[in-house]
Design a protein around this ligand. Structure first.
Ligand SMILES: Cc1cc2nc3c(=O)[nH]c(=O)nc-3n(C[C@H](O)[C@H](O)[C@H](O)COP(=O)(O)OP(=O)(O)OC[C@H]3O[C@@H](n4cnc5c(N)ncnc54)[C@H](O)[C@@H]3O)c2cc1C
Length: 422
């Protein structure tokens, strides 16, 4: 192939929020960029999330209390966590590595590393919002995180203290104050916390599409095919695509979310990338029920007012990427929706399953591959990819240009997993 679009400075594998933000940032630094993805831009996990720019989200799912609570979580039918035991048996190294990251010292390290990245959210996101003219998709708002019981409220003291230590601005709320702030919530909560200074996205897919349209309008190239494998050459990386095309790129960014391990020769296949499946249910005519994202802590979901209606998004299911959607999970979310808003909201108008890409330490992998400095990893953003996609893109653009990012990114390096199996 001789055409210039087949010799980009950067090829990005994956058109989710992380890949598109990386492509747009690299393009704005003057690099020629191609994105490859056989699915429509923004149609993966970046489509159906809760829309929260969750800058308060430095506390990982890993926690010492998770181990204590595990038996109850696994035996309660409506619990927000479900594990498929066959999947768990096939992925024991990931499960054990996840549990090893639940000690207080590890949680402290992870919290600090996430807080570092989260504190740069605006520096990654705001220039892209401005470039894409996407201001209208954001609503500046506080978030409410509400507890049903005093016991879970008290169990959250450690994580609240960690957030406070890392500068999260918050106010505690009584149940009555929640009812006053959000009269559309018919359930009585025991108490809650208001995370201040947040914003949410009214339509996450519209955001990725808007960023993608800017990328194309500014001369970016999109190929509707997946990247199958990579081979280093003398001056770059050769990518084999699922449509038979080959692209010689200066650098390749692996931003295929939970699917990143499928790209052979990239080195991602050597890393312990897992998947936390999550669901949403939509109630088309009920966005007015809340004025801001409201989380039910025990249910592990957010109810967010969106352009398409009221979206309840969250929960965790440990099962494989190719297992079919589990109707019991969306039924449980629907039951919670009825408890929270009353049965008159009816049945969901649509349901969705997405795949959070999660490393056992809940930190993303950002930086060069151990296979080649020309392959850059940008995946593993777990519950925070919408929030962290843009700052990740900015770091990736630095690395693609050969610049050193303006803060220490070693906590996100692939090398933290020690001796990597090849
Ligand atoms: C229920 C739920 C609620 C959430 N709520 C929030 C929230 O409120 N705030 C927040 O910050 N985050 C949230 N998240 C997390 C967030 O959605 C994800 O972290 C984020 O979307 C991951 O983005 P991504 O670009 O890495 O992956 P994706 O959006 O999945 O994109 C990956 C892309 O790679 C493509 N691909 C796959 N294989 C290949 C290949 N071989 N070659 C090329 N392309 C390939 C796929 O087609 C896909 O388009 C939530 C997640 C879930 C499931």
């Amino acid at each position: 192939m001789t055409d210039e679009s087949n010799k980009p400075d950067v090829l990005v594998a994956g058109a989710g929020i992380v890949g598109i933000a990386s492509a747009l940032w690299a393009q704005r630094r003057g690099l020629t960029v191609t994105i490859a993805d056989e699915n429509a831009p923004g149609s993966g996990t970046s489509y159906g999330n809760a829309g929260a720019i969750a800058t308060y989200g430095c506390v990982p799912v890993n926690s010492p209390s998770l181990i204590r609570e595990m038996p109850k979580l696994l035996t309660t039918k409506s619990a927000p966590l479900r594990i498929d035991w066959l999947y768990a048996a096939r992925n024991l190294p990931w499960m054990f590595a996840f549990l090893r990251n639940c000690t207080p010292a590890r949680v402290d390290h992870i919290t600090r590393a996430l807080a570092e990245l989260l504190s740069r959210t605006d520096a990654g996101l705001d220039p892209l919002i401005e470039a894409a003219g996407a201001q209208d998709l954001f609503v500046a708002n506080d978030f409410i995180y509400a507890w049903e019981s005093e016991k879970t409220r008290n169990n959250s003291e450690t994580s609240l203290a960690a957030r406070r230590r890392h500068g999260v601005s918050m106010t505690m709320l009584t149940g009555a104050e929640i009812a006053e702030l959000e009269p559309g919530v018919t359930m009585s909560f025991h108490s809650g916390v208001r995370f201040e200074g947040g914003r949410h996205v009214r339509d996450p897919q519209a955001l990725t599409t808007r960023l993608f349209d800017r990328f194309i309008a500014d001369g970016g190239t999109y190929v509707s095919a997946n990247v199958r494998s990579l081979t280093p050459t003398d001056d770059g990386i050769k990518a084999d695509l699922s449509n038979g095309e080959k692209i010689d790129a200066g650098k390749v960014v692996i931003a295929a979310g939970a699917h990143s391990r499928s790209i052979k020769g990239s080195g991602a296949e050597d890393l312990p990338l897992g998947v936390e499946r999550g669901y949403h249910v939509m109630f088309a005519d009920h966005a007015h029920r809340v004025t801001r994202p409201v989380a039910w802590a025990e249910g592990a979901f957010y109810a967010t007012p969106m352009d398409g209606g009221l979206r309840l998004a969250g929960t965790v299911e440990l099962d494989s990427l190719d297992a079919p959607p589990n109707p019991a999970r969306t039924e449980a979310l629907t039951t919670r929706a009825h408890t929270m808003f009353g049965e008159e909201i009816g049945q969901p108008t649509s349901t969705w399953l997405g795949f959070r890409p999660t490393m056992p330490d809940s930190l993303p992998v950002i930086g060069p591959s151990h296979r080649s400095d020309r392959i850059l990893f940008a995946f593993g953003h777990q519950h925070l990819g919408l929030t962290l996609g843009s700052i990740t893109g900015r770091i990736i653009a630095d690395l693609a240009e050969g610049r050193v990012p303006n803060f220490d990114i070693s906590a996100y390096a692939a090398g933290r997993f020690g001796k990597i199996r090849r």
